[in-house]
Design a protein around this ligand. Sequence first.
Ligand SMILES: Nc1ncnc2c1ncn2[C@@H]1O[C@H](COP(=O)(O)OP(=O)(O)OP(=O)(O)O)[C@@H](O)[C@H]1O
Ligand SMILES: [Mg+2]
Length: 350
Amino acid sequence: MWNEVSGDKNRMGAILANMVDGVVALDANGEVNLANRAAESIFHVPPGGLEGKVFANLVKSCEVLHTVQEVLSIGREIYTEIELSAHALFRLHMVPIFGSGKEVQGAVAVLHDITDARRFDQMRSEFVANVSHELRTPLTAINGFVETLLDGALEDKLLCRRFLTIIDKETNRLARLIDDLLSLSAIESKERLLTLKPICIVRSIRQVINILGPQASEKRLHLELISEPDLPPVNADEDLVGQVLINLIDNAIKYTTCEGKIVIRVQKQGDRVVTTITDTGPGISEDDRMRLFERFYRVDKARSRELGGTGLGLAIVKHIVESHGGEVFVDSEVGRGSTFGFSLWAVYPD
Ligand SMILES: Nc1ncnc2c1ncn2[C@@H]1O[C@H](COP(=O)(O)OP(=O)(O)OP(=O)(O)O)[C@@H](O)[C@H]1O
Ligand SMILES: [Mg+2]
């Protein structure tokens, strides 16, 4: 019998010690008489550091003081949210412990970290707001021009052609935005399985240069490809790597002024193959560089829109490269140019 009780106690002790949530037991005065390791680390105290402390003082919030009083005096079970430091948010669940005469003898508080969940919620609502805004802009333009056409501009052949060209451009943009969003979500949700095989990155770059070449020639840009001899192939999904290269080279062409220079370099670095794209464009400040790979982030929103951009290109690049276990990076100096790059794992013959 005694063995059974002590076995249960040990098991309970082990469960408490290994719980991710903080658990604190309080006596009738609101003082801590037991706390698990998670609770101690939430309050940044050494083992045993919470015992004897008044719980409401630890949290330093009038609301929690109220909550503890309510639980201990009325015996009510309470859920609330508390902020312990600048960005640490917890859900506090407090349950009274009753004695045999139904009097409140103390309480148990469980602290569950909801910081990440809240941040995720916030990101999601920002994302929805961004998407709605991006969809509304071309729709408003289309709507405006269709109304003007219906109001009579239809009779004027020249105006009609001009407005229809704008409507065509905005419709294409809407379609591109939706395509980009779908491919981003497919990569993110791992719905799009990677078809990995050894590919020659230089060959992929040449294919992309063939596609984007006319845009570069139009701006009289000097395009150079420098690659090390005997480069190993990389283990990658050919279509997706093509998309990474298109997005990065398209940016370099789009943001570099006429007669500028773009150099694409491929080098071996240890077990990886690193591709960099250097341009003589406007460069990107450090503050902007930190946020560049976020969805919809654009340094110059008006200019990017005018160039037909959706602000999703670099977010897609980052997702694709990271889903291959590689890394993306950017280096830049305002007024001199930028270098975007990514690494992929090399394949060596056995
Ligand atoms: N090579 C570059 N030089 C200067 N600025 C750049 C360069 N590449 C990207 N940027 C900046 O980063 C922003 C984000 O790029 P991203 O490719 O994600 O979007 P976008 O080019 O605006 O639109 P999309 O690629 O979806 O058509 C751009 O709007 C631009 O301000
Ligand atoms: Mg882009």
